[in-house]
Design a protein around this ligand. Structure first.
Ligand code: 4AD
Ligand code: MG
Length: 481
């Protein structure tokens, strides 16, 4: 008999049909009611067993986590909590689950505990909801760009260049650590290594993306990126996914418009397609917030927050304006910031970003025109301001509860200016000759940005730790599973 998915059963009015369902037992009550989940939905199907006519030995094996196959008639449920239930005629155990050993019990587990059993946490309603939303968002990313005619580029994972120039890269090598080939001066001889040169895992697909944009016009990448930064925070991963569109003939304003449109499209997509999951996560969050003092609770629930984001234009201000606001802000005056804003030129910390977004503007903010000194080499150099201060055409999007969700810029398309900047920042110009060819042959204004996929999933799901929105998080001292 063909298996039916629980998702397709729960809303049916076609009662009386004989159905087979296969899934995992969530709970078994009164030797009679099995709550089965097959992953197709966050909701369970109630299967009602006629225990007087079922082998006692089989009933004993209906334990939390066991895989079962049940066949029976679909009937309207008289009980509370579900519309339909399955009257079981045949119950088969596909795989046992020892209740003494199975770590997931039918009770609420903490997210910390679930992180330790990340290989099993998909079997909880919370993680089912999160990963359904993650899937929907990934799909929507492709749909958005496909509708606009962007070309999806697969940029390399292994690379010889450091796109961000920040030196936070994981080395890729087949050199035997116990027998390192050396040059005469004692340095490592990478000519002996697999690629005949020093290689790393990519921190961004941007540089290769720029090459493609200068041929296709509009492209995007969406893949894993790697950063060996030692940041043990709730918003950093060593392996994360990034969406990076790159567009020829775009300036920074076109770039901001596209980023805002993309974010709103993705949030709208989740609201339209993941209603049940969002509703569940909203309630979960409200439960969690009850533990907090009133002052720390969010003003909006999850759905209200997402809708608010759609209905309002993101605030667009320059770094210089932001510094003015921050300098005269209460937490700065009262020395409540850990890093006090004193001088123009300092990098903003997440406490500052969150103040702007959550307290001052109370909506997403796009910050532009950062000091050149704190941004990457490829960003377009602005004319110095009236005080002679140098800025670049950067744009970062800051979101409530998240901080930076997007980082991007208009690119420096003028060969000489770019070469000078690379030189000043000690970036090996010769090795990057391939990148500079875009500026040598038919250079054109262009722009792009990177959207951190997990930070987006964090925002949409309302979760608070980035380790809970990627299947197997990689963070400093942690690469389990
Ligand atoms: O601001 P970033 O470093 O920008 C770039 O990599 C550019 N090359 C993008 C581009 O213009 N094509 O990173 C972009 C975004 C950040 O805004 C953040 O959302 C996310 O990537 N991100 C991280 N997410 C999780 N863990 C980390 N360690 C992250 N670092 C950056
Ligand atoms: Mg950034």
């Amino acid at each position: 008999m063909k298996r039916t998915k629980i998702k397709d059963l729960l809303n049916t009015t076609d009662f009386g049909q004989e159905i087979n369902v296969q899934g995992w037992v969530r709970t078994f009550r009164n030797n009679q009611f099995i709550a089965i989940n097959d992953g197709s939905t966050i909701n369970n199907l109630q299967a009602v067993v006629d225990f007087t006519n079922t082998d006692e030995a089989i009933l004993k094996r209906v334990t939390t986590g066991a895989a079962v196959s049940v066949t029976g008639d679909l009937v309207e449920s008289l009980g509370k909590g579900q519309r339909v239930e399955l009257k079981v005629k045949n119950l088969e155990i596909l795989g046992d689950s020892d209740p003494e050993k199975y770590p997931l019990q039918p009770k609420k587990h903490s997210l910390e505990f679930l992180r330790e059993i990340a290989h099993l946490r998909f079997r909880t309603t919370t993680f089912n909801a999160i990963f359904k939303i993650r899937h929907a968002l990934a799909f929507a990313v492709h749909q958005f760009f496909n509708e606009k005619g962007f070309v999806y580029m697969h940029t390399p994972i292994i690379t010889g260049s450091d796109a961000e120039g920040a030196g936070e890269m994981f080395r890729v090598s087949t050199i035997d650590f116990d027998n390192v080939p050396r040059n005469e001066d004692g340095t490592v001889n990478y000519k002996e290594d697999f690629f005949g040169k020093s290689t790393n895992l990519t921190v961004s697909g941007q540089l290769e993306g720029e090459l493609a944009a200068m041929a296709f016009g509009e492209i995007y990448t969406f893949g894993p990126t790697f950063r060996a930064e030692n940041s043990n925070t709730t918003r950093h991963l060593a392996e994360f996914w990034m969406i990076e569109p790159e567009m020829a003939f775009f300036d920074i304003h076109d770039n901001m418009d596209l980023a805002e449109e993309l974010l709103k499209y993705l949030i709208r997509y989740a609201l339209d397609h993941c209603g049940e999951e969002l509703e569940f996560l909203k309630s979960r969050l409200m439960e969690e917030e009850k533990q907090k003092p009133q002052a720390e609770r969010s003003e909006m629930d999850l759905l209200a927050k997402l809708n608010f984001c759609l209905e309002n234009d993101f605030e667009r201000i320059t770094y210089t304006e932001a510094i003015k606001i921050l300098k005269s802000s209460k937490p700065n005056q009262k020395k409540q910031f850990k890093y006090l804003i004193d001088e123009w030129g300092a990098d903003l910390q997440s406490e500052h970003e969150r103040f702007l977004v959550e307290k001052h503007f109370k909506k997403p903010v796009i910050l532009t025109d950062y000091p050149a000194d704190i941004k990457s080499f490829y960003m377009r150099q602005n004319e110095p301001d009236e005080l002679g201060r140098k800025t670049v055409a950067a744009m970062d999007i800051l979101f409530p509860g998240i901080g930076e969700i997007v980082g991007g810029s208009q690119r420096e398309e003028r060969l000489e200016k770019l070469e000078q900047r690379m030189h000043d920042m000690h970036i090996p110009v010769e090795e990057m000759s391939w990148f500079l060819d875009t500026r040598r042959f038919g250079s054109a204004p262009h722009a792009g940005f990177g959207l951190g996929f997990e930070r987006l999933v964090l925002f949409v799901t309302g979760m608070t730790n980035i380790r809970d929105v990627i299947a197997f998080p990689r963070t400093p001292k942690n690469a389990e599973f």
